[in-house]
Design a protein around this ligand. Structure first.
Ligand code: FES
Ligand SMILES: [Fe+2]
Length: 418
């Protein structure tokens, strides 16, 4: 039986009370109310998702003028489209006449977007080209009825969008981790594979699970064997220090050891979260693969392996784990109070040929299996959290402190709306 009860007396006042009570319980997992309330979910869309920088696509998905791909968010669809001049736009897929979707297919190539309802025609930059017989309306000007835009930021080949017209620019924040991100040469990288894992759980359970590695040694045997982040910092400091000492020389990349944290409560502006740290793999492992041996040609400027991996956050819901020979991007998209899409995009060097330079199954093996393990534990977590008998327990201060920070940030964002 799958049943999420909705409280009939839910209201902004109840939400305000729950937020205040939760703020007094810093360091504890959240009250089930936050995973079950429709009002909370609506507020999250409004206060968090529609105001944050979110990963939407990679430039290689829209290489030619007219190419587009859609990103669905809440009840909206946003068209990421390249115009004739090469510029990329994020267009709201809502006709300015009476609101029909102007584009149905999730990806393709178009010269124009023609609304299937009454035939208004839009250019690739969203401007209205023609509106059949509308000259009958005195003063009607096509210039007033272009498709609405979301903000769009293309950084290192990654296309980010923000639905808030007044959102702060993302680029200054991204630049703070630029020295560590640029060496992978993502603008010329290739998407080796992408896959959506739909998990029947609230997005915060999926995200909290990603943020902490307390569960890694119990839930992810293969991952934990290779990645030192499954252990506490002071217990792995010798391995980390040795990796950091050799990293620049062995990768040939200056700045690869940059450590920078500006996420959640520490982010400079809302929705512009970024971090980078380079952490070590255990001795003998060079990359995130079955056995830890290389599975693809070295990325970008790398000319060797240092036994490290670059851990990134790019916006509140997007992460990357970058190995010298491939990069793994992780995006969370809420789809309902108990549905979340976890999407993984695997990148390899742009000129690498599948079947010759890399084997797709070998590149995706670790994170595909790790994600299936996550899906399983997140769903079990969801089942327990949605029980009337659930009472939240404390986060582990060593392993899960970032969850404490996420919750504080989240509650503050939510409370701003009421
Ligand atoms: S709703 Fe698009 S043309 Fe009428
Ligand atoms: Fe996990």
């Amino acid at each position: 039986m799958k049943l999420i009860a909705t409280k009939v007396d839910d209201s902004p006042a109840v939400m305000a009370e729950k937020i205040a009570a939760q703020q007094l319980k810093a360091g504890f997992a959240m009250d089930p109310y936050f995973y079950r309330s429709h009002l909370v979910f609506e507020q999250e869309l409004d206060r968090i998702l529609y105001r944050s920088w979110l990963y939407a696509a990679h430039v290689s998905q829209v290489p030619e003028p007219g190419d587009y791909i859609q990103y669905q968010l809440g009840e909206d669809a946003i068209i990421i489209c390249r115009d004739e001049t090469g510029e990329i736009h994020a267009l709201m897929n809502i006709c300015r006449h009476r609101g029909a979707r102007v584009c149905e297919e999730l990806a393709g190539n178009r010269k124009t977007f023609v609304c299937p309802y009454h035939g208004w025609v839009y250019n690739l930059d969203g401007s209205l080209k023609a509106a059949r017989a509308m000259e009958a309306l005195e003063g009607f000007d096509v210039a007033d009825y272009g498709l609405k835009h979301a903000r769009c930021c293309v950084y290192e080949g990654l296309v980010f969008i923000n639905c808030d017209a007044d959102a702060p620019d993302f680029e200054p924040a991204l630049n703070t981790v630029g020295a560590a991100l640029k060496p992978y040469d993502l603008p010329h990288a290739k998407v080796a594979h992408s896959q959506v894992y739909r998990v029947d759980a609230n997005w915060k359970l999926a995200l909290e699970n990603y943020l902490e590695c307390y569960h890694c040694s119990t839930a992810h045997r293969a991952y934990a064997k290779m990645h030192t982040i499954q252990d506490l910092e002071d217990r792995i400091s010798d391995i980390t220090d040795a990796m950091l000492a050799r990293a620049e020389a062995q990768t040939g990349v200056p700045g690869i050891t940059l450590n920078h944290y500006q996420a959640y409560s520490s982010s400079t502006d809302f929705g512009t979260d970024v971090y980078h740290s380079r952490y070590a793999l255990y001795d003998g492992f060079l990359t995130g693969s079955d056995g830890g041996q290389p599975v693809a040609p070295l990325m970008g400027q790398f000319n060797g392996y240092d036994g490290g991996a670059g851990d990134f956050q790019l916006g509140p819901l997007c992460f990357m784990l970058n190995y010298p020979d491939h990069c793994v991007l992780y995006r969370f998209t809420p789809r309902g109070i108990t549905a979340t899409d976890m999407e993984i995009v695997w990148y390899v060097r742009g000129d690498a040929e599948e079947g010759v330079d890399y084997d797709r199954d070998a590149v995706t093996w670790l994170w595909h299996h790790t994600t299936l393990e996550d899906e399983y534990i997140i769903m079990r977590n969801s089942a327990g959290v949605n029980s009337r008998f659930f009472e939240p327990g404390p986060y582990n201060p060593g392993y899960e402190s970032i969850c404490t920070d996420f919750v504080a940030w989240y509650l503050k964002a939510l409370s701003a709306g009421i």
